[in-house]
Design a protein around this ligand. Structure first.
Ligand code: PLP
Length: 451
């Protein structure tokens, strides 16, 4: 049998439930509730197998920055596949797409982040970072510097290494995580954890936990600190303004490398090319993926400073993936970056769409269920609460309000994600003002259902 878009949805769902193991999905839900079969997409709109349309306020998984359906990317892939579908970048070889993409990334990234080690995903890139920073310190004659400090509720990927770096307790509970030499400090989540402190005081307090951890673990044992400029999968947690300057001061004062995980924040998401620019961070290493190719091909990487590259060049780094710098993925990423730049998409997202979206998004705080609405560029969140004044959480069925709201969004033609009782958005950068209006209307209706 050939399985196509034209099969009845129920048959597709049954086959899917029979043979397909899904990430982050409860297996029994597949059979019970059925799975949504997405068949095509264009711009910011998805279509499912029943012909329903959804405004995708998540850009897939925070990645389709360019929007769906750009034929130029398909053409770039086809051209590259015909010319050189695959070759590796190991053992003294390279190819033009990898050369061109690494040079372009070096131009776009701030400071002296001029060198790229390619991977196929953010998880792989963070695994690279773990080995890279430890190898860096070995090369510098400081092999005891091994510990990587990260944060609770961070998300850095799903491989053993990157999930250990992440601070998701549900992930650590499965499969024997975290692996050794990773240490987690608290997150700068003022709304949930700030108590009576002002956001400014709380930001400083949470940043200073890094200095305390370096002190407790011993500076000679700490290799690096890793963080998302704005935590994405943790619930779009925008830190208080005092947080990042203090983190930067601490990293400068102590001999540790700063890794900015820009897998979500990169490529225009926060209104500038990189979250590090929006938040004024000077990382030694940047993790990139997602928006690098707008999700049209799997590709990620670690972008490192001149100094890190200089030290690494003194050895053979015994690390690499078959698809490090895959030529088709590189060609597609290059075309994506060309369009994001030449059509002024990143620029317009930051200067026009972001202020418009912010104004509209913040009106959601008028809804009785919404305790706060935060947004930076085109990534935002609202906190659902039964009691706005005390910022209380929902009691027994934590997460239920968020889940109901997410399902109501789906029923109403909107894809929004929930993280516990936070609803998050990260739409394609090409979302129009009319679509922003639709997003807010549909979100409001879904909130009414959850209320
Ligand atoms: N880092 C961050 C900040 C992410 O949000 C993600 C994915 O959501 C990853 C890393 C992992 O990337 P991937 O899913 O491409 O492995």
């Amino acid at each position: 049998t050939s399985i196509t878009n034209h099969m009845p949805t129920a048959e597709l769902q049954a086959l899917d439930a029979a043979h397909h193991l899904h990430p982050f999905t409860h297996g029994s839900d597949l059979a019970k509730k059925g799975v949504r079969v997405i068949t095509r997409a264009s711009g910011s709109t998805l279509t499912d197998s029943e012909g329903n349309e959804f405004l995708d306020a998540m850009a897939g998984l925070w990645c389709v920055n360019l929007g769906y359906g750009r034929p130029e990317l398909a053409e770039a892939a086809a051209r590259q596949m015909k010319e050189l579908p695959y070759y590796n970048t190991f053992f003294q070889t390279t190819h033009v797409p990898a050369i061109a993409l690494s040079a372009r990334i070096a131009e776009l990234t701030p400071g002296d982040l001029n060198h790229v080690f390619f991977a196929s995903s953010g998880s792989e890139a963070n695994d690279t970072n773990m080995r890279l920073v430890r190898t860096y310190w070995e090369q510098k004659g400081k092999p005891s510097k091994k510990i990587i400090i990260s944060r609770k509720n961070a998300y850095h990927g799903s491989s053993m290494g990157s999930a250990s770096l992440g601070g998701m307790s549900a992930m650590h509970a499965q499969g024997g995580l975290p692996i050794p030499d990773v240490h987690h400090i608290e997150q700068p989540h003022w709304y949930a954890e700030g108590g009576d402190m002002s956001p400014e005081e709380f930001g400083l307090e949470r940043a200073r936990q890094l200095e305390q951890a370096i002190h407790d673990l011993g500076e000679d044992n700490v290799a690096a600190f890793i963080a998302e400029p704005i935590q994405g999968a943790g619930g779009v947690i925008i830190p208080p303004e005092t947080y990042w300057p203090e983190i930067q001061r601490i990293c400068d004062a102590h001999e540790i490398l700063l890794i900015a995980d820009e897998v979500i924040c990169g490529f225009g998401r926060t209104g500038k090319w990189f979250g590090s620019q929006t938040l004024d961070i000077r990382p030694d290493i940047m993790t990139i993926a997602k928006g690098l190719s707008s999700g049209y091909q799997p590709i990620g990487g670690s972008v490192v400073s001149d100094e890190v590259a200089r030290v690494m060049d003194e050895c053979e780094f015994a690390h690499g993936y078959t698809y490090s710098g895959h030529p088709v993925a590189c060609a597609v990423a290059l075309e994506n970056l060309r369009i994001l730049d030449e059509e002024g998409i990143v620029e317009r997202a930051g200067t026009e769409t972001a202020p418009y979206l912010k104004e509209k998004w913040e009106t959601l705080t008028d809804h009785p269920l919404v305790g706060e609405a935060r947004i930076a560029g085109l990534m935002g969140s609202i906190a659902l609460t039964p009691h706005k004044e005390s910022r209380a959480k929902f009691a027994a069925e934590a997460g239920t309000a968020g889940l109901i709201c997410r399902e109501a969004c789906f029923g109403n033609g909107l894809v929004m994600r929930h993280v516990g009782d936070r609803m998050v958005i990260s739409p394609p950068l090409v979302i129009t003002k009319d679509e922003v209006d639709t997003l807010i209307e549909r979100a409001w209706t879904a909130l009414d259902v959850a209320h």
